[in-house]
Design a protein around this ligand. Structure first.
Ligand code: 0X9
Ligand code: ZN
Length: 372
């Protein structure tokens, strides 16, 4: 018994020491670790944890992990969401925000201690709006799994779930995502029928912000075709409506994409900077500094016109300038660049978890740094 208690207490002590002695900037807040000893003795494997709550787990495999670290199909993500929410009924709830063009359900998971009270500030994550950027939904899945399985165990996770509700849409373009699995690995758009025998609209050009402006094409066959009008796509309408219904509480809006290793700040549609550009850059740079401590990966912060190209009709620009969410960012995840002979959208499955771990570290810092 004493051995069992030591086995439980020792890792907890390691957690506390790691958090206390961390040399790098981390959550300014204090942690209250509440842990059910019975449950802990059954579930906590040996682990080490760093100051961002990145844990390396050995021993027991966490439950519900079947699609974590994999490129899952939309239906697998769907049923996994229902399953994991069922296992953590006090911490999570799944709801549908509507259907895709081809009738697939778009599920949003609401995660957080006391989330049913609907009073806390919200962190919103949309992933997979571009079909071929598979690491984006995979990172959202990892994040959902981490939040739910480490609540009450990992003080960083516990703190961030006590303080925020996390609303995560892991598969924002289900039809395109499926098409990229079955027909065309590099498919990007939705799957709605367009004129001229072409299919699909770029959903990240379809929001009502400078619609049809810079970085779009009038050719329906183009990958950056914005559609016939803003919100012509059911997927973007569903996202718009879900976002608007929660907008007062959303303090941080994140859109997960790949690739290039960037945290894009607003705006994407114009080179004019928002009045709080400095603050948005400060928080993004802090996130990048944390990200780099995990696996040494380098990210850059800045606006799309400065770092990539201008592009109008994007979700995060709309979230900031229309929905009024101050902190809105687009992540472009791994890889930094395409390697010879291979598209940058094709990232080995073995990089999903390292990518998600470093993104998590940046999320911890960003969530801690935002002022609201
Ligand atoms: O072009 C895009 O939509 C994004 N890059 S990607 O390679 N993932 O397609 C950049 C989006 C930046 N956001 C806006 N320009 N609104
Ligand atoms: Zn993208």
């Amino acid at each position: 018994m004493a051995g069992r208690i030591m086995q439980v207490l020792f890792p907890l002590l390691t957690v506390l020491l790691a958090v206390k002695s961390a040399p790098i900037q981390t959550p300014r807040k204090t942690y209250n670790i509440v842990i059910d000893q019975e449950q802990a003795s059954m579930e906590i494997p040996d682990y080490v944890i760093n100051s961002f709550g990145v844990m390396s787990i050995s021993g027991l495999k966490p439950r519900n992990s079947d699609i974590v670290g994999k490129y899952a199909r939309h239906s697998e993500i769907d049923s996994w969401l229902i399953n994991i929410a069922d296992q953590y009924p006090t911490l999570a709830k799944v709801e549908s925000i509507g259907s895709s063009h081809e009738g697939r359900d778009m599920k949003l998971i609401r995660i957080g201690k006391n989330n049913e009270a609907r009073t806390k500030p919200i962190i919103w994550i949309e992933a997979g709006i571009h079909a071929r950027e598979w690491v984006a939904p995979a990172t959202a899945v990892y994040t959902i799994h981490k939040l739910l399985t480490e609540y009450g165990i990992n003080p960083v996770v516990t703190q961030l779930m006590d303080e925020f509700d996390w609303l995560i849409l892991p598969s924002a373009n289900p039809d395109g995502y499926e098409y990229s699995h079955t027909m065309d690995r590099l498919w990007r758009k939705t799957r709605s029928r367009q004129s001229g025998r072409c299919t699909g609209v770029d959903p990240n050009r379809n929001f009502d912000i400078s619609f049809g402006g810079a970085g779009t094409s009038t050719n329906p066959c183009s990958d950056i075709y914005p559609g016939t009008s803003a919100f012509s796509e059911s997927e973007t309408r569903n996202i718009r409506d879900a976002l608007l219904s929660e907008r007062a509480r959303i303090k941080l809006f994140l859109s997960f994409h790949a690739y290039s290793q960037l945290i894009l700040t607003p705006y994407g549609y114009t080179s004019i900077k928002p009045s709080d550009n400095q603050e948005l850059m400060r928080v993004a740079e802090a996130g990048i500094a944390s990200l780099k401590t995990i696996h040494g990966e380098m990210y850059t912060a800045g606006t799309p016109p400065d770092l990539l190209y201008a592009a109008s009709g994007g979700s995060y620009d709309w979230a900031k300038s229309v929905a009024g969410i101050q902190y809105a960012y687009t992540y472009e995840m791994r890889p930094a660049e395409a390697s010879f002979g291979q598209s940058g959208f094709i990232l080995s499955e073995s990089e999903i978890i390292p990518n998600a771990e470093e993104v998590w570290a940046s999320l911890v810092t960003i969530a801690t740094e935002i002022q609201y």
